[in-house]
Ligand binder design. Structure first.
Ligand code: PMP
Length: 427
């Protein structure tokens, strides 16, 4: 037994499923999860001392690689002044100022502790601001584990939601309507069928959570237009895409302006941080400026703000980071495509900048239905073959990879070569 396997056995007796977040348990790919001891730059090291090339980067936050020195330094400095005050600090003002200057649509912002908190607060705010109850989300998009978001599409795109998880009440589910991603017509029909009842439409402007799925040309613009015409607030969930697809996120990259934006991951430099922000007239509805309540004992925590500030300042001052992420993403995608061709597999690769998924299907993947055509057992074998070769991928077909600037050209070549070998082994 490896040390990871021993730890997992013990963990399962103490923690539900042995993990503190489900996907870490490797259920979708089989085998036992690797327990990580440390990480530096482009590498993870497990409890048995094995090295892995990182293609997940803590599900996004470590865009500059692990233990990035300016972030470490900022945290070291901050911990000398205690860990939490529950009172306002200069750093929160600096953080808000920086976010407002970077993210095009954000005029005011509130810090929270996770992406889940950000999305939950954003829809409460949208409901409070519009006086409407219902929201629209897309099948296959993930917005954290708030009750309103754990809703599947039911039997058809236009049906009422049914809960995905026991514990989510039917009443909650009825207020969440779902549509297939990239289907403007379905959204329009939902809005028409629920006149003056939709508070907000929330989406990942580029999806990471059914694997990487891109918005088709005109989709985001079309949603913007529909929302404006019907008084529906448009919420971009940029927890994954923010500060990654461009400095100002997907909204900068695609030139579409949401009313509210939710953020997380990179914004905390690896610490537990989220944020939501947007139009000042809407944000002024948040307590204590306005009537919509939202609070947090550790919100704006000084250590987390220090890590996030160091991260965002670096990104703000180094535009070459984004050039590098584009290059790396394109190089990896081209290398994987070449590997597929050599092995004779017609599979689909979706990539944009440093987000990337190789789908084990010959169909274009544009929504959840097409993502579900993948060969999942094959993906499981491929994942294990990559892990054996020291490449750490997301342990599910329905996830995006997140590349960091720490990945050198030599390491990209190593990953590309491992990919071809792993594909052959998995077949
Ligand atoms: N929104 C999106 C788009 C996400 O990808 C995630 C997490 N992967 C969340 C929200 C929830 O964030 P957290 O896990 O920090 O609660």
């Amino acid at each position: 037994m490896t040390t990871s396997e021993q730890l997992f056995e013990k963990a399962k007796t103490l923690i539900p499923g042995g993990v503190n977040s489900p996907v870490r348990a490797f259920r979708a790919v089989g085998g036992s999860p690797v327990f990580i001891k440390s990480a530096k730059g482009p590498f993870l090291y497990d409890e048995d001392g094995k090295r892995y090339i990182e293609l997940i980067n803590s599900w996004g936050p470590m865009v500059l690689g692990h233990a990035f020195e300016p972030v470490e330094e900022a945290v070291r400095e901050a911990i000398q002044h205690s860990f939490s005050f529950g009172a306002p600090t200069r750093k929160e003002v600096e953080m808000a100022e920086l976010i407002v200057s970077i993210v095009p649509s954000v005029e005011k912002v509130r810090m929270v502790n996770s992406g889940t908190e950000a999305t939950m607060a954003a829809i409460r705010l949208a409901r409070g601001f519009t006086g409407r109850d219902k929201i629209i989300k897309f099948e296959g998009c993930y917005h954290g584990h708030g009750d309103s978001f754990l809703i599947a599409a039911g039997s058809g795109a236009l049906t009422m939601g049914t809960p995905d998880s026991p514990g989510v009440t039917k009443a909650t589910a009825l207020d969440t309507l779902t549509a297939p991603y990239n289907d403007l017509q379905a959204v329009e029909t939902l809005i028409d069928n629920n006149p003056n009842q939709i508070a907000a439409l929330i989406l990942e402007p580029v999806v990471g959570n059914m694997g990487c799925v891109l918005p088709e040309p005109g989709f985001l613009e079309g949603l913007r237009d529909l929302c404006t015409r019907h008084g529906v607030l448009l919420i971009f969930d940029e927890v994954m895409t923010g500060f990654r697809l461009a400095k100002g996120g997907a909204q900068e990259r695609f030139g579409v302006t949401p009313d509210l934006t939710t953020m997380g991951k990179i914004i905390g430099g690896g610490m537990p941080v989220g944020a939501y922000g947007g139009r000042a007239d809407i944000m002024n509805f948040v307590s204590p400026a306005g009537p919509v309540y939202q609070a947090g004992t550790l919100s704006g925590n000084p250590i987390a703000m220090s890590a996030g500030l160091a991260m965002l300042r670096h990104l703000n001052e180094h535009p070459e980071v984004y050039t590098r992420l584009e290059e790396t993403g394109s190089k990896l995608a081209a290398g994987f495509k070449n590997g597929l061709d050599k092995v004779g597999l017609p599979y689909t690769i979706n990539q944009i900048g440093s987000m990337f998924t190789m789908f084990m299907t010959d169909q274009p993947v544009t929504d959840f239905a097409s993502a579900k055509t993948c060969d999942l057992p094959l993906f499981g074998r491929y994942f294990q073959a990559m892990l054996k070769r020291g490449v750490y991928l997301a342990p599910s077909q329905f996830e995006s990879l997140f590349i960091s600037t720490a990945l050198t050209d030599e390491l990209i070549d190593e990953v590309i070569s491992a990919n071809e070998d792993a594909l052959r082994e998995a077949l």
